[in-house]
Design a protein around this ligand. Structure first.
Ligand SMILES: Nc1ncnc2c1ncn2[C@@H]1O[C@H](COP(=O)(O)OP(=O)(O)OP(=O)(O)O)[C@@H](O)[C@H]1O
Ligand SMILES: [Mg+2]
Length: 294
C-alpha cells in the first residue's frame, strides 16, 4: 500500500504552549483517517504543519514522498481549511482555474470540477458573496482540481446542513476510490465513525488512542443488557458478569462486561424474559473514557 502521508515525531510550540507533542501519523492511498479531539487539542496546528503552512520545529512530514515545505510537493495536496478568507475581487471560476494552473494543469480542468460540485451556475459570482455551504464546496473544488494524492480537511463540514454534508462526503468517497488518501479533523464523533477507516484521538497535543471506529468502541468496558423480566433484583445481580442494574417496573438495565454470559443464563433459565437488547456504548463515550484514562 502506498503511503501518501507520513508524520513522525512532530512537535510544535507557540511560545510556552506545547500545541503538538510528538505525533506520529500515517495515511495510505485510498484511506480516510479522522483526527478527533476537543477544542485546543492541536488538530489545526498539526494540519498546518502537514500542509506546510507552519514552519516545522521538530519531526518530519512526508507527502507522497516529498517535503510539504516545497511547492513541488504541495501539488500533491488538496486542502480545505477551518477558516479561510477569499480575496474580495476573485470569482469562483477564477479561484478554481488558479488552482488548476498552479498544479500544472490547463485552465479547462476547472470546468468538470465546478460541475461535480454543483458550482457551474455560481462560477461567475465573487467568492465572498457565497453562502457558507457554497464556500465549503468551492474550497473542495479548489482542493480537488489539481488531482491530489492527499486531501487534508480541517473541520470541513461545520455549518453544513445534512444534505450538503452527505454530498460533501460522497464527493470525497469518489476520490478515495481512485486512491486519494484523506486526513480529516472533526469534533463530530458520529461523522468520524461514518467516514473514516481509522480514528486517531488527540488530546493536549498527543495521540491518546487510535483504531477503527469499532475498535475504539470495543475498548469500552461496559455494555448494557436491556430486557423485561419477572426476576427480582437479587437474582439478576447474581447473573455472570453483571456489575450493577437499574429498573423501571419489569424493564431492567444490566450493566455488564460480558453480555454474552448473562444472556446465556437468562435465555435458558428465565421463561419470562422478553424484549432483549444489548446496547453498546457509542464512539463518543469511548472517546470520553479514553481521554479520562490517558
Ligand atoms: N497562533 C497561535 N499562537 C499561540 N497559541 C496558539 C496558536 N494557535 C493555536 N494555539 C494554541 O495551541 C493549542 C492547539 O490549538 P489548535 O488550533 O491546534 O487546536 P484544535 O484542536 O484545532 O482546536 P479546535 O477544535 O478548536 O479547532 C491551543 O492551546 C491553542 O490555544
Ligand atoms: Mg482547529
Amino acid at each position: 500500500m502506498t503511503t501518501v502521508l507520513d508524520v513522525r515525531g512532530v512537535r510544535h510550540r507557540y511560545g510556552g504552549t506545547v500545541a503538538v507533542d510528538g505525533v506520529d501519523l500515517r495515511v495510505d492511498a485510498g484511506e480516510c483517517v479522522a483526527l478527533l479531539g476537543p477544542n485546543g487539542a492541536g488538530k489545526t496546528t498539526l494540519v498546518n504543519l502537514v500542509i506546510g503552512l507552519l514552519a516545522r520545529q521538530e519531526g518530519t512530514v512526508s507527502i507522497a514522498g516529498g517535503d510539504p515545505r516545497f511547492a513541488a510537493t504541495r501539488r500533491h495536496l488538496g486542502v480545505v481549511q477551518q477558516t479561510l478568507g477569499f480575496p474580495t475581487t476573485l470569482k469562483v471560476r477564477e479561484l478554481v482555474v488558479g488552482c488548476a494552473v498552479r498544479a500544472g494543469l490547463p485552465r479547462s480542468a476547472a470546468g468538470p470540477v465546478l460541475a461535480e460540485l454543483g458550482l457551474t451556475e455560481l462560477a461567475g459570482r465573487r467568492a465572498v458573496k457565497l453562502s457558507g455551504g457554497q464556500r465549503q464546496r468551492l474550497q473542495l473544488a479548489m482542493a480537488l482540481v489539481g488531482d491530489p494524492a492527499l486531501l487534508v480537511l480541517d473541520e470541513p463540514t461545520v455549518g453544513l446542513d445534512v444534505a450538503a454534508r452527505r454530498a460533501f462526503w460522497a464527493t470525497v468517497a469518489s476520490r478515495r476510490e481512485r486512491g486519494v488518501g484523506v486526513l480529516v479533523t472533526t469534533h463530530l464523533i458520529d461523522e468520524s465513525a461514518a467516514v473514516a477507516d481509522r480514528v486517531v484521538v488527540v488530546d493536549k497535543g498527543r495521540v491518546v488512542a487510535s483504531g477503527t471506529p469499532d475498535e475504539l468502541i470495543a475498548v469500552l468496558p461496559d455494555r448494557t443488557v436491556v430486557a423485561t423480566t419477572a426476576w427480582d433484583d437479587a437474582r439478576l445481580l447474581a447473573l455472570p458478569g453483571v456489575l450493577s442494574m437499574s429498573r423501571e417496573g419489569a424493564r431492567v438495565r444490566l450493566r455488564t462486561r460480558s453480555p454474552e454470559a448473562a444472556l446465556r443464563v437468562l435465555l435458558v433459565e428465565d421463561p419470562t424474559v422478553a424484549d432483549l437488547r444489548v446496547e453498546h456504548a457509542g464512539l463518543e463515550e469511548a472517546v470520553v473514557s479514553i481521554g479520562a484514562a490517558a
